[in-house]
Design a protein around this ligand. Structure first.
Ligand SMILES: CC(C)CCC[C@@H](C)[C@H]1CC[C@H]2[C@@H]3CC=C4C[C@@H](O)CC[C@]4(C)[C@H]3CC[C@]12C
Length: 907
């Protein structure tokens, strides 16, 4: 081990040893500074963040991989996987470009790894002042902090060295494979041999981290070719017989040669040399050019003659005479050779026998050659079929695709680094790099109206943006970040092995449980499908949209509607009530702890959509847009309104005889280079009339991993606490566990929670996953509390929509007459998209956004502000800003009816 984590005196020499390249890299080219930033503290803080440049591979000759940088290991502080929880001490180990961590060096040694990441595939940002290093590898983000500046310097240097090394290695590898592939007909063996070489390269031994996948695939793809070739040869049973036939042929030819020599001697001539034979045969070949034509005048053929002349040969008339009949007689090579060699007619019995033997031998050679020719022709046909057939074509195109992916991965990474840096540099707040506290009051929105646009934020709005964006500044500053230090702990905040056992137990219970009965009627008499399939949007380069618009006024950038799903955020909010029957159950349970268990199940059920919905984004409602949903089958009615456009804020309210539900959805983005974390700050509220309970809870963080690629996936993580503001009897604490604990997949989408009594003792435990269901084993009858409804089979064709989601935008004739014109169902671009008219929808979307801008300007001219129609701003019991329902929607709907009121003209 090169470095044991103590700040050693040797660290100096270690640094100087690496000084040449990495120190240059320690001077990042980008900073997160915005010179026009408005917030004082954020200006200081964002300036401290720097994105490490995407180091270009060294200019070295291919195949000359520079020396592998040494191992680096030691304790670092790592931000807890659950947000908002400070830092803990973890042992990090960097080797061959892979950064792993565990609790102790022993754990690393034993292979008990908590997480690992391929550093060359991550976007790396550093903050010298707070000694922080962030690595975002798309699927995985590490936030680290060093104890002192010396360690910071060492780690940054080492990480950079490993990044450069790995990039070079990847470049070399791909150049090699590309060369092999481009070397035409011999490509397969070339690729195979290259693969063989790569397989032997120790450095190509990748650990099984996600980031390696592409490289690993390429290696296996090319080694797969070599495997295929040998398998092919093995399959070719005729190959052996072919070789045998050839050696037999060789023996026969030797015998033939002997016989010919003897015949020649018999005739009193000198032994025929190979050269003689060659001459004779080539001469015959010349005559064979037009063997049948004008057989009697063959030498009259000018071209033939000139070639013979050119050969400088002299022929006797007997030569000509003997060849003159060839045209008609040549049938096979042996016949032909025989005829050529038997110049003077032989009469002696020995000579005749020799003739016969030569003939027989020639026939044998001919047969052998014919067999070999057949085998080779068959083989050629096999190769041709395999090449044109789907199998090899597929694997070749797969290989090329893998290569392209990996190469573009490198390209993408450099772009990301740029985007990242620009997004940060134009960000006047440090919000994208600090944790937002959910319990802090929201600062006044007015303070930040003058801010510049950032790409980070633009992701927030997903380019439905039509005006200069403004987002609230984070209330957390570097000081509180630093204060995380006092929070340093070596205690284990991560689940122990028991956690895994529990997780597996719940998982098994959920999967063995039957479908959980609910009283919701299955047949809703609503539509089961959408009018058109979703458009394939995989070709739309989200990255290039972002990239090409860096620094531009984003008001002019609109995302193509093909990236949208035909639902908006207002409708999405109502989707959280798909499993409202859990609230109906809760309102009937006398036991407050058990009631809480159901509240928890309900809060988890609102995340179930995420496994299916990662390809499209909802429409951003325009200011004043509304949506209603009356669900007689579920016994509630729901209304929502877009109450603010910058920042986007949707308020909603639902009521039933069993509950009232409300929330305002506000969130912030943190863009880490490859992934976006969505941190919601609004609270969800539910009251249960029977017991007078008022529950409120925060939302988990949603992370869009690999946001720019087709391997995009969503994850929810963090702690969620449900409190009953009307009673201290119990609280519920849940954890949405970040995946990849212990490197296993068993904890995917895992949730675990407890219900605690007033003294903090555990009364109930439950667990499972947000995509498969939740089980509680502490109830008098242990049972599955909730399971998500099955997805319709064709969901992939319809945006991943569940049956419930498909119903949300349906516009029935009855509704058409009653709904206010501001209802989303009337939004023309969304409707066009639903009907599959993507181009028209795109045009209409521009118009809708334009109209929104005009309305805003109009208001500004009059010095007025938009006032939401059905919600009003107020403060909750904890002093947080909330949007409360004013009761006007249903009243107006009934009397006088929206048709008889003044409504906003939105589109
Ligand atoms: C680039 C595009 C096409 C990729 C698709 C992005 C999708 C998956 C993103 C875009 C906007 C995102 C939503 C933004 C806001 C919230 C509110 C939060 O409380 C829960 C997650 C939720 C609901 C996000 C889920 C994921 C989401 C829908």
């Amino acid at each position: 081990m090169e470095y044991q984590g103590r700040p050693p005196t040797s660290s100096q020499s270690m640094i100087s040893g690496l000084d040449k390249s990495p120190v240059a890299m320690l001077k990042p080219t980008h900073s997160r500074t915005n010179s026009t930033g408005s917030s004082r503290h954020s200006r200081q803080n964002s300036r401290d963040w720097e994105v490490m440049p995407d180091v270009p591979p060294d200019n070295h000759k291919p195949d000359q991989t520079p020396e592998m940088p040494g191992i680096c290991e030691g304790f670092l502080l790592k931000k807890r996987k659950y947000p908002l929880q400070g830092w803990h001490k973890r042992y990090f180990h960097l080797e061959k470009g892979i950064l792993k961590y565990s609790k102790t060096p022993q754990d690393i040694f034993k292979g008990k790894i908590h997480g690992s990441l391929e550093v060359s595939l991550a976007v790396m940002s550093i903050n010298k002042k707070s000694r922080r290093i962030d690595l975002d590898a798309g699927d995985n983000i590490f936030h680290m902090k060093t104890k002192n500046h010396e360690m910071f310097y060492i780690w940054v240097t080492k990480l950079s060295a490993h990044r450069v090394y790995k990039k070079n290695e990847a470049m070399n590898h791909h150049q090699g494979v590309l060369q092999a592939l481009s070397s035409g007909t011999n490509s397969l063996p070339a690729v195979a041999s290259f693969a063989q070489r790569s397989m032997n390269m120790p450095s190509m031994h990748f650990q099984g981290t996600e980031g390696d996948a592409d490289l690993e695939q390429t290696v296996t793809a090319s080694s797969g070719v070599s495997f295929k070739v040998s398998a092919w040869l093995q399959q070719t049973q005729n190959a052996d017989s072919c070789t045998q036939e050839l050696s037999r042929c060789q023996l026969d030819l030797a015998e033939l040669d002997r016989l010919i020599q003897r015949l020649h001697c018999l005739d009193g001539g000198l032994p025929i040399t190979d050269k003689d034979l060659e001459h004779r045969i080539s001469m015959q070949n010349l005559f064979l050019e037009k063997p049948k034509k004008k057989s009697g005048k063959i030498w009259g053929h000018s071209r033939t003659l000139s070639r013979i002349e050119a050969l400088g040969m002299q022929y006797t008339p007997s030569h000509y005479a003997s060849t003159s009949h060839l045209g008609a007689s040549v049938q096979s090579i042996p016949d032909y050779v025989y005829s050529q060699l038997s110049t003077p007619p032989v009469t002696s019995p020995e000579g005749k026998k020799l003739h016969k033997d030569i003939y027989a031998m020639s026939m044998k050679v001919h047969t052998s050659l014919k067999t070999i020719h057949e085998v080779l022709s068959m083989e050629r046909e096999r190769v041709r079929q395999a090449w044109t057939g789907p199998d090899l074509r597929q694997s070749t195109s797969d290989q090329l695709a893998t290569l392209c992916t990996t190469l573009s991965e490198l390209e993408v990474q450099s772009r990301l680094t740029k985007i990242h840096s620009v997004s940060l540099s134009s960000d006047s707040t440090e919000e994208s790099f600090c944790t937002v506290r959910q319990d802090q009051p929201t600062p006044s929105l007015a303070r930040h109206h003058n801010r510049q646009v950032s790409v980070t934020e633009s992701v927030a709005e997903y380019y439905d943006a039509s005006e200069v964006l403004a987002t609230e500044s984070s209330s957390e500053n570097e000081a509180s970040d630093e204060s995380g230090l006092s929070d340093i702990t070596t205690s284990n905040s991560e689940p122990e092995e028991t956690h895994l056992t529990t997780a597996l137990k719940y998982q098994a219970s959920v999967s063995s449980a039957h479908d959980v009965p609910n009283n919701v009627p299955k047949d809703t008499a609503r539509r089961r499908t959408l009018p058109a399939h979703c458009a394939d949007n995989s070709h739309i380069g989200i990255l290039s949209i972002l990239y090409n618009n860096i620094g531009k006024d984003l008001s002019r950038v609109s995302m193509p509607v093909a990236l949208n799903e035909p639902l908006c955020f207002l409708q999405r909010l109502s989707e959280e009530l798909e499993y409202s029957h859990l609230l109906d159950i809760a309102n009937r349970i006398d036991d407050p702890y058990e009631r809480m268990v159901y509240m928890a199940a309900f809060s988890i059920s609102g995340y179930a959509w995420a496994s299916w919905r990662n390809r499209y984004k909802p429409f951003n409602p325009v200011l004043g847009e509304t949506y209603e949903s009356i669900r007689n089958d579920r016994g509630f009615r729901f209304v929502s309104e877009q109450v603010s456009h910058h920042p986007p804020l949707s308020a909603c309210h639902a009521e039933s005889e069993n509950f009232t539900f409300w929330q305002d959805q506000r969130w912030k983005n943190k863009f880490w280079g490859k992934s976006v974390e969505i941190v919601s700050s609004g609270m969800v509220n539910v009251t249960l009339p029977r017991y007078g309970d008022h529950y409120e809870w925060n939302k988990a963080v949603t992370c869009i991993h690999n946001v720019f690629s087709q391997q995009r996936w969503l994850e929810h993580y963090g702690d969620v606490i449900i409190r009953n503001t009307k009673s201290d009897v119990c609280t519920c604490k849940m954890t949405f566990v970040k995946s990849r604990y212990w490197g296993s997949d068993t904890s995917k989408n895992e949730v675990q929670g407890v219900v605690l009594n007033a003294t903090g003792e555990v009364v109930h435990r439950f667990g499972g996953s947000w995509h498969e269901g939740i089980f509680c084993d502490t109830l008098s009858t242990p049972q599955c509390l909730w399971k998500p409804n099955g997805q319709p089979e064709d969901h992939f064709l319809y945006y991943g929509f569940s049956d419930y989601a498909r119903e949300l935008n349906e516009l029935t004739p009855e509704l058409q007459a009653i709904l206010p014109p501001t209802d989303t169902r009337f939004r023309p671009d969304q409707r066009l998209l639903e009907e599959g008219k993507v181009d028209e929808s795109d045009r209409r979307k521009d118009e809708v956004e334009e109209k929104q801008r005009d309305r805003r300007k109009e208001l500004a001219k009059k010095g007025e502000e938009h006032v939401p129609r059905f919600f009003y701003k107020s403060l909750d019991e904890a002093g947080r800003e909330v949007w409360a329902y004013n009761g006007a929607y249903w009243k107006t709907r009934e009397n006088p009816g929206f048709a008889n009121t003044k409504n906003l003209d939105l589109w």
